[in-house]
Design a protein around this ligand. Structure first.
Ligand code: CO
Length: 497
């Protein structure tokens, strides 16, 4: 076991974690702070780090003694860590969604959650209540003058980037219809066709699914304006959480999954609990030509894909006539059943996320899959300046052990050319969130120069630490104590000053 800053002197057993340590992170965020100082417990903050690290995730997991059924049903809370001149400060706010305001007033759950949280009153009180509670908890990105809190089944909430005050549901200057679905996984094209863009999608699903692919300007006076927009329909139900981009393609993986809405309608299950992997189903890659690329206006191409379930992709790039897509595959769709307690989950019974590469030949409807790493991983990224291009280095969160599922405790830098890896571990008593790579702001640097920042649940003091690493060798630059306790979260982004 590698030693970490959270290794206690008394721990002699070779155990990677205690479940109580891991589950102790599930707590409500009790305070909202304005520009609060963080306590530096080790090292110093790099002076070149200038910008804001925004992070979204569930911040309210319990009301009136009743817990959410799944942490993904927790209301969104954004934390903004502002870096300037070697200092960092924290502002955090819950997103004032309509439903959050109502539940805050009543101090109880008034809405069902997609992942199984039920209203009080049992099945009868929940049956036929199909209202969606937009909890704005999955990701946070800046587009134009607005910060967007994203939740994929509905429209984004706009938030003031400085104060984090909620502005309200945004239709993005008239682009979205009322409550239109807008993905929580936009991708930032660093300038494949001269200007940088935000590429994203919305999906309307059913027996036939329609993907709306949108590209937005991200710079200058036009920032936030829609540059291109297309809609394509496909056969079958589509659960699409993420996608990948290359200069010419938007790449989706349509998992072989079925949706039986009956238990949801009858008030027995949340909508996401009605999803099930289809054994021997027919997963497909859906390749949609980008309007900014050389196949603009052409029809999409469908190619067979490997079995398994994918939430997240690492990156994609084109090489000759092939498209390569690196993604994290699970053997099955992981869900928490109606009778399970999410704080008691048995990691050994859950499938692990395995990083695989698919080389797709769209002209021959063929793919070849190779495993890049068997170690259970999530939240993987390359240098954002290489998004959509061939990148050598990747950073990701992994379990401590080399095989099987486990909580995320380790940051791994993986060399995609030769499979060499470097790790930084918070085990046994630390649990990490999504690591964000921030490139050094200079043109004459190698692609792995910069920093990795991550929030760590420090179970020794039941609090959150902000950790800054050197991205090249994962050496510790600084460790800071965050003045609030933040539960295990979801996605975040870096906005350069
Ligand atoms: Co995600």
């Amino acid at each position: 076991m590698p030693t970490s800053y959270l290794t206690t002197a008394t721990s002699t057993e070779h155990k990677s974690f205690d479940k109580e340590d891991w589950s102790s992170a599930y707590c409500n965020v009790e305070k909202e702070l304005n520009n609060a100082e963080l306590n530096l417990s080790k090292g110093s903050i790099p002076k070149d780090l200038s910008g804001t690290f925004y992070r979204n995730g569930p911040g309210r997991l319990e009301r009136g003694g009743k817990w959410v059924h799944h942490p993904f049903d927790g209301d969104g809370m954004i934390a903004a860590f502002k870096f300037k001149n070697g200092n960092v400060s924290l502002t955090n706010r819950f997103i004032r969604t309509k439903e959050w305001e109502e539940e805050e007033k009543e101090q109880k759950f008034l809405y069902r959650g997609v992942f199984g949280t039920q209203k009080e009153g049992g099945v009868l009180a929940n049956a036929f209540d199909v209202r969606l509670k937009n909890i704005a908890n999955t990701h946070v990105v800046k587009l134009g003058q607005e910060l967007l809190a994203l939740w994929e089944a509905s429209s984004p909430y706009a938030v003031n980037p400085n104060t984090l005050e909620t502005i309200g549901i945004s239709n993005l200057k008239g682009v979205l219809k009322k409550d239109e679905a807008f993905s929580a996984h936009p991708h930032f094209d660093p300038g494949h066709h001269e200007e940088p863009r935000m590429v994203t999608f919305g999906v309307k699903t059913g027996p036939k699914s329609t993907i709306r692919l949108m590209e937005f300007s991200t710079e200058g006076k036009k920032a936030g304006s829609l540059l291109s927009d297309r809609k394509d329909s496909f056969k079958g139900f589509a659960f699409l959480h993420d996608f990948a981009i290359t200069p010419n393609w938007a790449i989706f993986l349509q998992n072989a999954i079925s949706f039986n809405p009956l238990p949801f309608l009858l008030g027995q299950k949340g909508a996401a609990q009605c999803l099930a992997s289809q054994k021997n189903g027919a997963p497909k890659f859906l390749l949609i030509p980008r309007d900014s690329g050389k196949f603009a206006g052409e029809s999409p191409t469908t190619v067979d894909a490997p079995q398994g379930f994918v939430f997240h992709h690492l990156n994609a790039w084109e090489e000759n006539e092939n498209i390569n897509v690196d993604s994290i595959y699970y053997e099955d769709f992981p869900s928490i059943g109606p009778d399970d307690d999410f704080r008691q989950i048995d990691f050994d019974r859950l499938p692990e996320g395995i990083l695989k590469r698919c080389q797709i030949n769209p002209n021959k409807n063929k793919f070849t899959a190779t495993t890049l790493s068997k170690q259970c991983c999530e939240f993987a990224m390359v240098n954002p300046l290489l998004e959509g291009k061939k990148a050598r280095f990747s950073w990701m969160a992994t379990a401590e052990k080399k095989e099987g599922n486990g909580p995320l405790q380790v940051i791994k830098k993986l060399d995609l050319f030769n499979n060499e890896e470097i790790i930084w571990s918070a085990a046994p008593r630390g649990f990490i969130g999504e690591p964000i790579f921030i490139p050094l702001n200079s043109s004459k640097v190698s692609e792995d120069q910069g920093w990795v920042i991550v929030l760590v649940w420090n179970s020794i003091r039941s609090g959150t630490d902000l950790v800054i690493l050197d991205a090249k060798d994962l050496s510790e630059k600084a460790i800071l104590e965050v003045p609030i306790s933040i539960p295990h979260g979801l996605h975040g982004s870096w906005v350069e000053e």
